[in-house]
Design a protein around this ligand. Structure first.
Ligand SMILES: Cc1cc2nc3c(=O)[nH]c(=O)nc-3n(C[C@H](O)[C@H](O)[C@H](O)COP(=O)(O)OP(=O)(O)OC[C@H]3O[C@@H](n4cnc5c(N)ncnc54)[C@H](O)[C@@H]3O)c2cc1C
Length: 330
């Protein structure tokens, strides 16, 4: 039996596991996918590394700043840009100011953060948790096709609707359930486009705050180490409203729509040589709870970007808070 089982090897789960292990706890992380980092995600498509989840990280808290500095020294992250551009139909372009706060990215892809955090931890990949149940003085965690794990405490870091689906056998007060059920997430259609050797855009990324369909374009290949990307790769995000309305549309329809929306902003009219599509049902919380670590009942804590400030930094701080809460006496 482990001291702590952590469900999810995203940023929150891995940080919680690292912090607890550093204080001597026996921790096992269970992760349904084949890799680390969760929504801080990357993959290789058509020979190019792309970030199809989180685009960059920003830093406010001094604990996260110290971590980003350490990642920077280890080459895991580099400063990608100072601010990003903005475009609206009425005002046109507004370029990033050099005084803006730095945005950090990973030359090897954003999941380099998850890989770094997972080093030395006991993480079981391809392990989907099906249910968490109380079991005398401990917790029993059933997996879909594998063993049942037991531990004194459990931290669940899946997006809240997925976390609640694992907790159906647990007596949760109406107040707690109501607060958790209020946490909704915006979906996001993501499209990567490879253009080969075209003129590089003048911006690292551009936000489109008033566009009905397209929210964001990143010059994804500008995040890679010099000389490692083959041509220009762009990464597009649909708006939450478009993503919600068109969630089940075919990938080719989404790719065509977002490409058409992006074209007027590109300094070339060449067609992409390849495309890639990914849909996130739970991309980012639309509403977060103030508690950085949310105790459902004794020994069962929820953590992740829905608790605290959101985004990668919020997930990091929530993981730390969950570990601190478990270490606190009583
Ligand atoms: C398209 C997109 C763009 C974004 N852009 C930015 C950005 O620019 N900057 C920023 O800071 N943030 C951004 N974010 C948000 C950021 O990625 C998240 O806030 C952060 O990564 C969340 O980390 P987490 O650990 O809370 O959750 P997750 O990363 O979701 O980790 C949860 C983990 O739990 C696993 N899991 C779920 N259910 C189970 C189960 N039943 N059994 C086992 N494992 C399970 C999942 O596979 C996942 O690995 C973006 C997210 C998306 C999707």
């Amino acid at each position: 039996m482990a001291d702590v089982l952590v469900i999810g090897a995203g940023v929150a789960g891995l940080v919680a596991a690292r912090s607890l292990r550093a204080s001597g706890a026996d921790v096992v992380v269970l992760e349904k996918s084949r890799g680390f980092g969760g929504r801080a995600a990357s993959r290789t498509v058509h020979g190019q590394r792309i970030d199809h989840g989180a685009q960059f990280i920003t830093v406010r808290d001094e604990r996260f700043a110290a971590q980003v500095e350490a990642w920077s020294a280890a080459g895991v992250v580099t400063e990608w840009s100072r601010g990003v551009a903005r475009w609206t139909a009425v005002e046109g372009w507004r370029m990033a100011s050099a005084e803006s706060n730095p945005r950090y990215a990973c030359p090897e892809g954003m999941n380099a953060i998850g890989k770094a955090l997972a080093e030395g931890l006991d993480v079981r990949l391809h392990t989907t948790v099906a249910a968490v149940r109380p079991d005398a003085d401990s917790w029993s965690v059933a997996t879909r096709d594998g063993p049942t794990f037991r531990a004194t405490s459990v931290i669940v870091t899946a997006p809240v609707p997925q976390a609640l689906a694992l907790l159906t056998d647990i007596d949760i007060t109406n107040d707690v359930r109501g607060r958790l059920e209020a946490v909704t997430y915006a979906p996001c259609h993501t499209v990567a486009l490879g253009f080969g050797a075209v003129e590089a855009p003048r911006w690292p990324g551009v936000q489109l705050p008033e566009h009905p369909d397209l929210a964001w374009i990143a010059h994804d290949s500008s995040r890679r180490a010099p000389g490692t990307a083959d041509g220009v790769t762009l990464l597009l995000h649909a708006t939450p409203s478009y993503s919600r309305l068109r969630f089940d549309d075919l990938p080719e329809v989404i790719v065509a729509d977002l490409l058409a929306a992006a074209r007027p902003l590109l300094p070339w009219d060449t067609d992409p040589t390849w495309s890639f599509h990914h849909r996130w049902r739970y991309a980012q919380p639309e509403y977060t709870l103030a508690e950085q670590a949310f105790e459902v009942t004794t020994g069962l804590t929820l953590a992740g970007d829905a608790f605290g400030e959101g985004r990668v930094e919020g997930a990091y701080l929530s993981g730390l808070a969950a570990a601190t809460a478990l270490r606190a006496p009583g």
